[in-house]
Structure formats: structure tokens, C-alpha cells
Design a protein around this ligand. Sequence first.
Ligand code: ZN
Length: 73
Amino acid sequence: MTSKSPEMEKFLNDLTKILYGRERHSGACVACGSHKVSVEDFRDALSYTEYGISNLCQECQDKTFKTLKTRKK
Ligand SMILES: [Zn+2]
């Protein structure tokens, strides 16, 4: 999960810090701060990939994306 450029990585880190007040890659979900994030928590590979990008646990991904999707229906 290191295909992002250093600039992009820095941007994401800064953005996450602004949005959630937490550092990424601390081993915890950036939104709820849960330290119990593990591969088994994720429903599928896509969700796990998303965690690699956004550092959101499955639960917080569900909340976030449900909010986004309900606007479409
Ligand atoms: Zn979470």
C-alpha cells in the first residue's frame, strides 16, 4: 500500500489531521479512534483497500458511505 507518491501521502496525512485530529497509520481508525482494527473486521477486499486509503474502520466506512449514498436514492 505504498503506491502513493510522498506528496500525496503528505496531503492525505494533513487532510486527515484536519478532519479527524488524528495521525494516519497509527494503527487506529481515524474517525472513531478504535485500536481494534484488523483485517477480519472488513467485509471484503474493497473495504480493506479503503482502509489503506482513508484509515476508516468498517463501521465508520459504513456510516460515511451510507450518508453519501442516501443522497442519491
Ligand atoms: Zn472507526
